[in-house]
Each structure stands twice: as structure tokens, then as C-alpha cells.
Design a protein around this ligand. Structure first.
Ligand SMILES: *[C@@H]1O[C@H](CO)[C@@H](O)[C@H](O)[C@H]1NC(C)=O
Length: 621
């Protein structure tokens, strides 16, 4: 009796403690579990440093290929490729690269392929030889493509069977001593060599393991191109450290080896390759790879393949919500989405339409040294910070002057932290625990991304270029992007790159590129304010032709605004803030406006009717 009384008293006490805890610290356990995962993963990485024996993502893959050889690794267009299949095919390719292409440990090789299993096989084959791999964006146009080779020093390029954009620049590449090898059986161009015959004849025995051995976490393993804030694309250096951190993402969110992950994003971006493929390997799970995202096929693909987890960007979820409703909308096994850029309105609509799917927002750039993960699942936020998180990740939000387009300084020249709830520029401290590896090629590019003497003399922070806010509960949300890039259709657009391209036209004297918000669309639509050369007139056809030949679709400016004078800031930078704010409404703007028209192959005057059809979502952008 006594014993029972004591027991119930204890139960009572525990219960009230639990009740108190959930009242005062409602996120305690979720925070705790999440931080515990982060710390455990971090300790594992630190151990690599101590022992100089790094277990890379590739090593992990080879382990899995021995442990679960017959498990489906990639499903692509209805065909299943097991862990063993990919292991053997990448061995064959490695043997061909070693003996026929003469690539050596330490070389950088460029990869220009769309999503397909061979993307992964070629990538791993090169990694097995100790090469670093540069992933090229298949939308990229010739001028930028040539530039990419010079930044990472690649002398060999492997091209996917279905990639056509190289035709125009083959001779330039060959002149630069770059070997071009294609995965297709026969090549239209005689300067392109075919790999297929060699691959079929090659041995599937592994190449010596010593070739792939990595001794440091800081060795570059990939180059992933991101839009530069200054002109052409920049090659972000991805070391083993970053690829291992990214491959732990799914695991930290609670994805397991039983899950089937749908990857509709391009593999040449870090989300699909590092988080998606890397994360699948880490768990020994299965992924369904999609050549190109299709809103109409998305759910049927998920149903057919029993998909449980998918990767997204905000735009993708919006496109899914814009699809016609069907009674099958909630018939699927998807339980989780992992990605970024999901806006609150779309998030809610997505839940209404497709059921309670846990959406896990991840914030972090390819090259960045900071990452937030929304482990609580609160709508509209990218993550939650707390005392412990701040011990692991040193970041700050500082006041930002939108008009001058730079951080505000106090009388001593230092930045000022914003108050809780206020929006500020996110800076992330560069330190030994969170190093910043910067970009290949030019020191200046890396330096431009850094801010020094932020709070005290001598400190260094990475400028994320993102305006964020942190509320009283520590929830962090994304507000806007500053500086010289904006996002459109899931890609970063570098305003200077677009401006430089437009500046090549004879009738353009000066051009200022920025992004304007369009209702119902993620990111910002490109707009170019132009001053014409005296005596010359605006030529919409010529501009159209120039833009579609030299810029990838997402970077082609949708709107043109002709100006007489271009305003600059006090530091003589082009004034963008007011232009961005004034938008593209022809009845509110006196300057002549034009709009990109793919039907007429031209830029045509932006009338009120066209404006209305854009705003109400009738006109497809
Ligand atoms: C999906 O699950 C069902 C029921 O468990 C099973 O019959 C079917 O074979 C699975 N499909 C695939 C592609 O795994």
C-alpha cells in the first residue's frame, strides 16, 4: 500500500513536470532530439579529422553496395538500378577513364548531364579515381560554359547522351585542349568521342582503393556552380566536409532506410546531389530520380513508386497546387517533403490539397557555412534557434539599409544587431568549426562574399545576402534577398551577368537589372532598366534574339523599362531599391515598358491589358 502510494506520487510528480515542461518549453524534446543528432554527426566528422581517415560519401556508397547489393538504389523511368548495378557500372566507367581518357588523381573533370542514373555512375567513377568533378548546369549558354572551364581547371568534359547545347562551342573547347566525351553511341560531331563502346568492353573490377582515399575533410571533391553576384557563374568549392554534412540531412529529419525518396530537382545543384543522393546513400534507402520535374506527373509517379519523401523548392509546391484538383489528391504515401523556399500561403494550401505532409525546410546555400533546419515543422519558418544552437552556429542578423544597399554602421563603423522580431541581414561567422571554402579560381570572388570588422576589429563573417527575422520563440523566417542576385524559377539570377549581356547590344548605353515581385509567383521576375544611345531606337526583335541566344530561360528579363537618366546611390552604385519598389505597372510608371513575348519573338509594349493578365495569373510567365 505504502509502496503504491509512493509510486503514484512519483508518477504524479513526473506528470506535472512533463506538463510544466510542455507549457514553458513546448519545443524542448524536439529541439533536444534534433540537437543531439547534429552533435552526434559533428562528433563523427571531428573524429575523421583526428584520425586523418575520412569516410567519404563515396566510401559510404561502396559500403552499402557490399551490405545491401540487391536493394534498389535508383529508380528511373520505371527501371530499377540496385546498389550493386551502380557500383559495377561506375567501376567500368572508372576503368575507361583511367585507361582511355588518361585522367589522374587530383584532376578536375567537368560533367554536363541531365538527370539520369549515369550522372551518378560517372560522378562516382571519377570520385573513385580521386578526381574532383565540376557539375555544369545544362541550361547554361556558351559564353558562361567556357568560363566555367577556366575556373575549375578542367581539361576533360563528359557530356550526357541527350545534351545538345555543346554543339556550338565544341571547336572552341577543342582549341583550348579540352577533350569532350559523350555518353551517346554515335556522335554527330567528329570532335566528340563516344564512351559507350569503351564502357561495354571495360572490366567491372574496382580500381585501386588508394586512388579515392581522402586524408582531409577539406579536400575539394566537387565544384558546383552558383550564380555570381559579379558577372559569370562562380564555382563553389565543395569539400568532403560539406558533402558529408549535407548527406546527414535526411537522417536528421528522421528519414529511414525504408523510405523512398523522390528527386525531381536537377542533380547539378547541391540540393539533389548532396542532400538527395548523398542522403539516400547514408541511409541505404531508395530514390526515384526524375529527368525533369513535371507537375502533372508528380503524384502519379509518387503513387506508382510508393514514394514517402520528396525534395522540393518553393516553386515546385506552388506548381503542384496550381494543378487541377482531382479526387486522388490525397491518395499517396508521401509523409515528408525536404527542401526550401516554401512560402506560408503555398504551405497551407499544400496541406489542404494533399494532406498532412510534414514539410522540412532547410536553409543554407551551396557554399555557405551555416544551415537552419525546420525540425519543428512550424509553417513559414526555416528553422528554430536556441541557446545551444547558437553555441554551435555563430550567426547574427544586422540592420540593413535598403536604399544604400549595404549594412548600416554605427559611429565606430561597426554593424548593429537587430532586435528580436526585426528583419536583418544574416551574417555567419567564419571559424574553424564552420569554415568557408569560397570559390575556385579567384580570391577576389571569395573575398567579396566576406565582411570583415563586423562587431570588433578583425572578425570575419560570410554575407548570406538574405534578409531574415527571428521571432521571440527563436523561429527564423526568410524575408527577402539583397544585393545583386534574385531568384526566379528556382535558379539564382545574377543581375550583373544579365546586365553585361544586354550591354553588348548596340542601342544600349547603360542597363540596370533587378527583380520585381509578381503576384502568385515565387522569387522575382527579371526587369532591365535601360538608357538608349543617342540617335538609336529600341529594337524589341533584336533584343529578343540576343536574349534567347545568350541567356538561360530563367535569366531572360521579362520586362524592360526605358529611362532617360539612371539614378545612382551615394556610393555611385546603380539605384535599384526604388526601381524594385515601383514594379511593372504601366499605369503607375511614366517610362515606356516592354514585356518579353515568346509568341511574337519580341519585346512588345506592356499594355494595361497584358499587365492585368499577368497579375491575375492568366498569362504564363
Ligand atoms: C507499393 O506497395 C504495394 C503494397 O505494399 C506493393 O504491392 C507494390 O509492389 C509496391 N510498388 C513498388 C513499385 O514498390
Amino acid at each position: 500500500m505504502l509502496c503504491l502510494g509512493w509510486f503514484s506520487a512519483l508518477a504524479m510528480a513526473l506528470f506535472s513536470l512533463h506538463f510544466l515542461q510542455s507549457l514553458c518549453f513546448p519545443y524542448f524534446w524536439k529541439d533536444f532530439v534534433f540537437l543531439w543528432s547534429v552533435v552526434r554527426y559533428g562528433v563523427r566528422l571531428e573524429l575523421f579529422k583526428l584520425t586523418s581517415r575520412v569516410c567519404t560519401v563515396l566510401d559510404r556508397f561502396i559500403q552499402q553496395a557490399h551490405r545491401i547489393p540487391n536493394k534498389a538504389f535508383v529508380i528511373f523511368e520505371g527501371r530499377t538500378f540496385t546498389y550493386k548495378d551502380v557500383e559495377l557500372r561506375s567501376n567500368r566507367l572508372a576503368n575507361v577513364f583511367l585507361h582511355k581518357l588518361d585522367v589522374r588523381k587530383g584532376d578536375c573533370v567537368a560533367l554536363l548531364m541531365n538527370n539520369e542514373p549515369d550522372f551518378i555512375c560517372v560522378w562516382f567513377a571519377l570520385a573513385k579515381l580521386g578526381c574532383s568533378v565540376a557539375f555544369l548546369n545544362t541550361n547554361i549558354k556558351s559564353r558562361s560554359l567556357l568560363h566555367c572551364f577556366s575556373c575549375c581547371g578542367a581539361k576533360t568534359m563528359i557530356v550526357g547522351a541527350d545534351v545538345e547545347c555543346v554543339d556550338g562551342i565544341i571547336s572552341t573547347l577543342v582549341e583550348d585542349n579540352i577533350q569532350v566525351w559523350s555518353m551517346s553511341g554515335q556522335c554527330r560531331n567528329t570532335q566528340v568521342h563516344s564512351l559507350l563502346a569503351h564502357v561495354d568492353a571495360a572490366s567491372d573490377k574496382p580500381v585501386p582503393a588508394i586512388l579515392r582515399a581522402a586524408t582531409s575533410l577539406k579536400t575539394p571533391t566537387l565544384y558546383i556552380f552558383t550564380s555570381g553576384t559579379t558577372g559569370l557563374p562562380k564555382a563553389a568549392v565543395i569539400t568532403h566536409l560539406q558533402s558529408l554534412k549535407a548527406s546527414g540531412g535526411f537522417w536528421a529529419f528522421g528519414v529511414t532506410h525504408n523510405d523512398v525518396v523522390y528527386i525531381p530537382l536537377p542533380l547539378y545543384h547541391s540540393a539533389a546531389s548532396l542532400v538527395g543522393i548523398g542522403g539516400t546513400i547514408e541511409l541505404g534507402a531508395t530514390c526515384v530520380l526524375k529527368k525533369k520535374f513535371s507537375a502533372s506527373q508528380f503524384w502519379s509517379d509518387c503513387r506508382k513508386n510508393n514514394v514517402t519523401v520528396f525534395q522540393y523548392i518553393g516553386e515546385l509546391c506552388r506548381y503542384l497546387c496550381n494543378q487541377p484538383k482531382t479526387e486522388l489528391d490525397k491518395v499517396h504515401r508521401v509523409r515528408m517533403g525536404v527542401g526550401n523556399g516554401l512560402r506560408q500561403d503555398v504551405w497551407k494550401e499544400f496541406h489542404r490539397r494533399f494532406g498532412k505532409i510534414q514539410m522540412c525546410e532547410v536553409y543554407g546555400s551551396t557554399e555557405g557555412n551555416l544551415c537552419f533546419m525546420n525540425h519543428i515543422g512550424k509553417i513559414g519558418t526555416v528553422g528554430r534557434s536556441n541557446f545551444f544552437y547558437r553555441l554551435l552556429f555563430k550567426y547574427d542578423l544586422v540592420k540593413y539599409d535598403m536604399k544604400k544597399d549595404q549594412p548600416m554602421k554605427d559611429q565606430f563603423g561597426f554593424c548593429q544587431r537587430v532586435k528580436k522580431g526585426e528583419t536583418g541581414l544574416l551574417l555567419s561567422k567564419v571559424s574553424a568549426l564552420s569554415p568557408f571554402f569560397g570559390y575556385a579560381g579567384s580570391k577576389q570572388l571569395t573575398e567579396n562574399k566576406l565582411i570583415r570588422n563586423v562587431f570588433v576589429k578583425g572578425d570575419v563573417y560570410m554575407n548570406t545576402g538574405d534578409l531574415m527575422a527571428e521571432d521571440h520563440e527563436g523561429f527564423i523566417s526568410f524575408k527577402d534577398r539583397v544585393g545583386d542576385t534574385f531568384r526566379w524559377k528556382g535558379e539564382n539570377v545574377a543581375t550583373t551577368e544579365v546586365a553585361e549581356t544586354l550591354g553588348l547590344l548596340d542601342f544600349v548605353q547603360e542597363v540596370n537589372v533587378y527583380g520585381v515581385a509578381v503576384p502568385g509567383h515565387e522569387g522575382r521576375a527579371g526587369m532591365a532598366a535601360m538608357i538608349l544611345r543617342t540617335g538609336l531606337t529600341f529594337d524589341g526583335n533584336k533584343l529578343f534574339k540576343h536574349v534567347v541566344t545568350d541567356l538561360p530561360t530563367y535569366a531572360q528579363p521579362l520586362f524592360i523599362r526605358l529611362q532617360v537618366v539612371m539614378e545612382t546611390t551615394s556610393t555611385l552604385k546603380q539605384q535599384k531599391f526604388q526601381l524594385v519598389e515601383s514594379g511593372f505597372n504601366p499605369s503607375a510608371i511614366a517610362d515606356p515598358l516592354y514585356v518579353l513575348d515568346y509568341q511574337q519573338n519580341s519585346y512588345v509594349p506592356l499594355t494595361d491589358r497584358i499587365y492585368q493578365s499577368i497579375v491575375c495569373g492568366e498569362r504564363k510567365l
